[in-house]
Design a protein around this ligand. Sequence first.
Ligand code: HEC
Length: 151
Amino acid sequence: MVVALIALATPFVVAAQTSREYAPKLADIMSTVQFRHLKLSIAGQQQNWELAAYELGLLKSGLVDAVALYTNIPVENITMVDGPVKAIDGAIASKSSAAFGKAFQELTAGCNSCHQSIGRDFIAIKVPTASPFSNQSFSPAKAQGKADMRR
Ligand code: HEC
């Protein structure tokens, strides 16, 4: 049994050693972008601006990776999310829930514009209403609240 498993694993080990770099699949990059989109939304809804800024940074780098690794994605479609990403940045900086909500809807529309333009309109992203992450708290850390009170 053990021998059989080792025999099975060998081709994978060889493949891993010979391929110079591991490039994640585009759909896998997108899946991480999807949960950053979700966490960003919940963090914004709960006015956890530190977490929102953190998730926005990760979402941005995920999209940058997608375009850098998969040159067949229409790059101009990235501009569909560029404006909203900057608007979310501004909303986080000014701690404005209203601006955040508006910009987040625009970002979501931008995700879908790209999916539609490449014939993947069945991948329809929407603004989340609840977090499926029961193992993570999205409310602002106490320290953040204290820092705000000191101002
Ligand atoms: C520049 C174009 C572009 C933008 C912008 C874009 N996507 Fe995608 N997305 C794609 C492409 C291309 C695929 C299909 C990948 C494949 O099937 O290999 C995809 C697939 C997906 C998938 C399917 C992955 C799966 O396993 O279910 C999800 C989810 C997704 N995107 C989320 C998002 C979210 C959320 C945003 C916005 C924050 C976004 N995408 C913005 C191009 C884009």
